[in-house]
Design a protein around this ligand. Structure first.
Ligand code: SF4
Length: 334
């Protein structure tokens, strides 16, 4: 709904570009609901952030749809009234004008998995936690590592865990504990699983229409197998899966988004960017769980043979376009 992106000048925070009107959720069969990427609205100084946030909330309060809960989102106010209207309304409520948004340059999206220098003396380690689920072997390993090494922990938006503030001598100790506990280290994990996410869905979430977290390892393995068969098994592919269209694991910005529609049936979205800055488009509807790998097979093969240098799978799908992909690979097979 509302985001603030810091800009640095000379090592200091110079201010924030703020964005509004993004959101993932949509409702099955309701065309008035859809995922939307946020719009950059303006650039402000740090001390103006709270005033801006307050004013944005009042715009949502006054112009948001109060009659339909599914449509009661700030993103629809932006989509239906326009960004320029929003800027004017916001400036009027703030009593001051703000600068145009600064260019947003994203360098990387995935977590810092594996070992990285934190400063001259210390290290941090990013552990891949599939679907963010700490249970069984990985819970045992993490518990022992925390009790032994007393690191600081960070939970990341990609469902992973960072062990921070570790001295050099802690590195082999952490790896030994994790390995002994049967935990796969990030660089031992196949790329699709390493770059995947799933929401909890069944049995935890009362809104789930079908499975997500519990079937993610099998789905990632099926896609990995197809990627390997196409000769692109070592490439990064960001795959995200949810058990309903609410999109809690952000499938609509993934390169491959798999969204549960009804028991064991999924929509496949393609064409999100590897940096998660572009929305994916619906490719196919009602794909049975066991046919997800097969459905992606010709697309992965086409990407392998037709991609430009360094072109990611999502960028390839976006360049070719969803209509052309459907015509080639879905309608031809009917
Ligand atoms: S996306 Fe997943 S976690 Fe979110 S509401 Fe749907 S099933 Fe539940």
């Amino acid at each position: 709904d509302l985001g603030f992106v810091a800009h640095f000048e000379g090592g200091e925070v110079a201010g924030f570009t703020f964005l509004a009107g993004g959101g993932m959720g949509q409702t099955n069969g309701d065309r008035n609901t859809y995922p939307r990427a946020a719009d950059p609205i303006g650039f402000i100084r740090a001390e103006q952030c709270v005033d801006v946030a307050r004013a944005v909330v009042t715009i949502h309060r006054d112009f948001g749809d109060r009659t339909n809960r599914r449509h009661a989102r700030l993103k629809y106010v932006l989509a239906e009234r326009g960004v320029e209207w929003f800027r004017e309304e916001l400036a009027a409520r703030l009593g001051f004008r703000f600068d145009a948004p600064r260019p947003l340059i994203w360098q990387r999206h995935e977590d810092w998995l594996g070992w990285h220098r934190q400063d001259e003396r210390r290290w941090f380690f990013g552990l891949r936690v599939v679907s963010g689920r700490l249970a069984g072997a990985i819970l045992d390993g993490v518990t022992e590592a925390v009790e032994t090494l007393r690191p600081q922990l960070r939970i990341t938006p990609q469902q992973n865990l960072l062990f921070t503030g570790l001295e050099e001598e802690a590195r082999p100790v952490l790896e030994e504990i994790l390995r002994r506990s049967g935990v796969r280290l990030p660089y031992e994990m196949p790329p699709v699983l390493r770059h995947s996410m799933a929401c909890p869905a069944l049995p935890t979430c009362g809104l789930a229409l079908t499975e997500s977290e519990r079937v993610l390892p099998d789905v990632a393995a099926a896609v990995q197998q197809e990627a390997a068969a196409a000769g692109v098994g070592e490439e990064k592919i960001h795959l995200r899966m949810t058990g309903c269209p609410n999109g809690c694991a952000r499938p609509y910005t993934a390169e491959i988004g798999i969204v549960g529609q009804s028991p064991r049936l999924y929509s496949i979205y393609l064409g999100g960017s590897p940096l998660a800055t572009r929305l994916a488009q619906l490719y196919s509807h009602n794909v049975p769980l066991e046919k997800i790998g097969e459905t992606l097979r010709p697309l992965l093969a086409a990407w392998a043979s037709e991609r430009t240098a360094g072109e990611a799978f999502g960028d390839y799908c976006h360049r070719i376009g969803m209509d052309a992909l459907r015509e080639r690979f879905l309608e031809a097979g009917r």
